[in-house]
Each structure stands twice: as structure tokens, then as C-alpha cells.
Design a protein around this ligand. Sequence first.
Ligand code: CP
Ligand code: NVA
Length: 311
Amino acid sequence: MQHFLSLFDITPDELKRVLQTATVVKSKLIAGERPSILQNKVLALLFEKPSLRTRVSFETGMAQLGGASLFLGQDVGWGKREAPSDFTQVLGQFVDAVVCRAKQHSHVEQLASFDAMPVINGLTDLCHPCQAIADVLTIQEAFGSYAGKHLVFVGDGNNVAQSLALICAMLEMKFTLACPPGYEMDADWLSRIAAVSPRADINTTQDPVAAVKSADAIYTDVWTSMGQEAESIIRREAFADYQLNKTLLAAAPASARVLHCLPAVRGEEITDEVIDGKQSDIIRQAGNRMHAQKGLLVWLLGRDWICKNVS
Ligand code: CP
Ligand code: NVA
């Protein structure tokens, strides 16, 4: 069964197909067309952490594709009320796929292990693959193409950074992480990327100014991710020199675009003037979550449509 727990679950060609589908479906929406590609399909959303973008973009995307969605909060008792096998096999009889946002990546792996329905990762501590697809779509729109572009991530080598490093490797883009010592990406994750993409151009530096000098896009995310709240004071100190502010942006080419997955802590990892500035694509980037995920949903659940409608 095809799951989407991380970008490792699909090939670069499949990823390009998802991106092409997202672009076609977005153009159709702008032209006023909402083809019912997933009519009568039902998507469950099983979330252990809060969300605005991921939840609403999947729900609205599914509605626009003629399907339905079902948000499952804590009250369904996942992991608490019954055995995971019972929970998952029962859910799989009702829905066509599930998006899961989990505290630990092992939770989405366990959900997928029963092959009861395709499982889509809606963020874990390890990675955030749906976000990365939307981010590349945003870069493609900004520059006409993502090919050969240099994405510089200033901040924590977290779930978002890890998915971006992988997607850049898959699409032959250059990726640089500028972070303080101790906040690099997971070594096992990087080894896995190297194994599937031997030519990956992934760099880590402690110097954000040097890193952004050749950036096409500069990305940041919160210094303290969900679940790390106890470390927030120590992290604020560690990342103090890694704020994306107008001084750092001035070191980048004037053509560089600014990205952030949101939610942001304004005044911490990014300043108001940058987030709201002329180089920012952040709001459009959030909107692209829906378009990118529609591409993914159609690829997972309505592939015949792609064969007929996406060249
Ligand atoms: N970027 C993102 O995943 O946002 P939410 O946490 O609001 O879903
Ligand atoms: N790194 C952040 C991303 C939120 C979308 C977190 O995991 O909280």
C-alpha cells in the first residue's frame, strides 16, 4: 500500500508528478473549475497536536475535490482507548486515507504498519513532508522553476528543515542549514538522504551571513517546536544570532525570496519587517499547502485523472 510518511516513500519522478498535478489543479481553481476528482472519497484527520494550516488545507482541499473529510481529535482515544491494531483496522473500513499529525514519528509508522488505509504524515518530530511540497511549489512560482535553486534555512535543524533537505536532494536543488552548534539535522536522516541521492548538495554552517549570500530563498521556522516548550529559554539564547531580520536579509541577493512554514513567533526567529516585507512569499506559501496537498491526494486516490489530465 502506498503511504506518505516521508518523502522517502516516493521517487523524484513521483514527486514531480505530484507537483505537476498541484499546478494543474491550482490553475483550474483560479479559472473557477473544481473538478470532482475524489467524489465520495473520505479523508480522516487524526491529530495529536494543534494545527491551522494542515487541518484546514486538507479539509478544504478535499471538499474542493468533491470528497469529504472527518477531523478526529483526542476523543477517539487513539493509543489510549483500544489496541492500535483494532483502532486502525476499524478506521480503515470507513475512510479512504488518513492524515496524521503525531507527537512521535513512530506513531505514524505504527498506523501505516497495518496497511488499513494510506497514511499521510501531517507533521511529526522527524519531518513535515506536505509542507516541503508546498514550499517547492512556492519557489517554482517565484522563479518559474525550482531547478538548481539554493534554499538556505536559518535556524533549527528540525522536522521542517529535514524535509526541505530531502526534497532539495530529490529535485537537485542546493540546501544549506545555518544553525548554532548542537542544532544540526539528524545524522541518520542525512545518511538516508545520501544513500538515495548520492549527488545531494546539502551543507551545514554556523555562519548565517555567509550562507545567505548565494540564497535564492531564505527559510526560517520557530526556534522551539511543538513539544519542546521546556527548552524555550535555552533555545532563545542559542539562536539569538540566527534571527531573520533586515540586516541578515541585506546580506542576501535582492532577488532572494523569504519563506516560513508558519506559525511564526514574530520578533523571535523573524522580524515583522521581513515577514511583511516585499521579499516575503510567506502568506502565498501557506495558501499553497492546499494546492500541493490536492496534488498529493489526487496522486494517491485518483491517479487515473492524472493520466488523462496532466501532461
Ligand atoms: N505549517 C503548518 O504545518 O502549520 P499548522 O501547524 O498550522 O498546521
Ligand atoms: N517545527 C514546527 C513546525 C510547525 C508547523 C513544529 O514542529 O512545531
